[in-house]
Write a protein that binds this ligand. Structure first.
Ligand code: FAD
Length: 375
């Protein structure tokens, strides 16, 4: 059997300092998720006693941008401002990020796991010859034994992410720097604005290489229409529908009836309690493309690891088993009510209340009892 290929260690790993984020400033808009990344970096910095830096890339970046980042937790801001960086281009952005990382050597580097972060972070990690832990939901400090070099590494970053199966994985990058990760939006609350915070601003010169500019050019930027299910992100009360809605203990299942019941419950709460409500779904239901639900249960409504992360006051999981990939999207819910015929369904670990009953019977009862109470 051939020996595993071992990437050489970062030669001067001990000279790497500070926790960085990549701030997305695109078409004049500072993405709010960049403040979440700063909150994640702040957590890592508090565990390590390091500073928080952030890199902003663009053209004619107004002074307001670094100031806003400092107010939200950055100790310093590294700005790369160049006409070639006016529009997002993975090659030029990766080139600028690699250059500043090579010059200034951050210990950890956090990207947001969104369209841009998912595109640029692997390119940066590859060029810096280090690892990338994607879709992280938390960070800790830890130690790891690495068999391939027969050594235990202490005080390395544990980059916590959902596993592909049913667990949480901790990813370590003990022998390489920076320790690069992407952070799932929705897991770190932006720090409140602190107008008294002071920080440094560094402006860095960068010039694109000919081959980076010639590979492709951006001709036009079009904004997509607002995504479906966006109301899930700010709703106080969310009903999540799962594949259980196509099964029924007695009689034929009627998924449209279940959707209508969920809507009735939401309308009742919205009217009586003046709360924001929304309906989401598990991936299994989205993928099932149930004919009667096809215009409403779309990928934009998917909750979970590859869907939206929600943080309602109450989440009602209807016919959802509670796979880890679903759980990571609902773990910030304050209370979880699960309706499931199986008392051992994994959702029970998270549920504050478990209703072990056929959802076709439980939902109308839930509606009636809410109506009585609210009247
Ligand atoms: C890489 C990867 C990413 C993924 N991302 C996501 C994601 O973002 N979001 C997500 O949701 N999933 C995701 N998944 C899929 C996930 O693993 C599960 O397959 C999915 O969440 C299961 O959906 P479900 O609970 O609706 O269906 P099932 O697992 O089939 O569960 C249905 C549940 O309904 C109950 N039930 C059946 N009939 C009734 C009834 N009449 N009344 C009451 N209860 C009933 C059953 O007991 C069961 O617990 C991902 C998987 C992978 C591998």
């Amino acid at each position: 059997m051939s020996q595993p290929q071992v990437l050489p260690d970062t030669p001067d790993a001990s000279s790497y300092r500070d926790v960085w984020t990549f701030t997305e400033y695109v078409e004049g808009e500072l993405f709010q998720t960049s403040f979440e990344a700063l909150a994640a970096a702040k957590k890592i910095a508090s565990l390590t006693g390091m500073k928080v830096g952030t890199v902003v890339i663009g053209y004619k970046i107004p002074d307001e941008v670094p100031q806003a980042l400092i107010r939200r937790g950055a100790d310093y801001v590294v700005i790369v401002d160049d006409v070639e960086l006016e529009r997002y281009n993975p090659l030029t952005y990766a080139s600028a990020l690699v250059q500043v990382a090579q010059e200034r050597k951050p210990w950890a580097f956090v990207f947001v796991a969104d369209d841009i972060g998912r595109d640029v972070a692997p390119r940066v990690a590859y060029r810096l010859k280090t690892g990338l832990a994607t879709d992280c939901i938390d960070y800790e400090m830890g130690e790891i034994y690495q068999g391939v070099v027969g050594q235990t590494f202490k005080n390395v970053l544990a980059q916590v992410r959902p596993d592909f199966a049913s667990r949480i994985a901790k990813i370590f990058t003990p022998r390489h720097r920076p320790q690069i990760s992407s952070m799932r939006p929705g897991y770190f609350k932006p720090l409140p604005e602190d107008p008294s915070r002071k920080g440094e601003i560094f402006r860095v010169k960068w010039s694109a290489k000919e081959e980076e500019l010639n590979k492709f050019s951006v001709l036009e930027v079009k904004r997509l229409p607002e995504e479906e299910g966006v109301e899930l992100l700010s709703a106080d009360f969310v009903v999540g529908l799962g594949l259980g809605i196509v099964r029924r203990t007695r009689g034929d299942p009627d998924p449209k009836y279940v959707l209508d019941m969920a809507r009735k419950i939401n309308e009742l709460l919205a009217q009586r309690l003046k709360v924001k409500t929304a309906i989401g779904a598990s991936r299994a239901l989205v993928w099932a493309e149930v004919r009667e639900l096809k215009d409403f249960i779309t990928p934009g409504r998917q909750i979970g690891q590859t869907g939206k992360t929600i943080s309602p006051k109450v989440y009602v999981a209807v016919g959802i088993s509670g796979a880890i990939q679903h759980k990571v999207g609902i773990m910030r819910s304050r209370k979880i009510v699960a309706i499931n015929t199986d008392p051992e369904a994994p959702i029970k670990d998270m549920a504050s209340y478990m209703i072990n009953e056929d959802l076709y019977e439980a939902l109308p009862k839930l509606y009636e009892s809410l109506k009585r109470r609210l009247e």
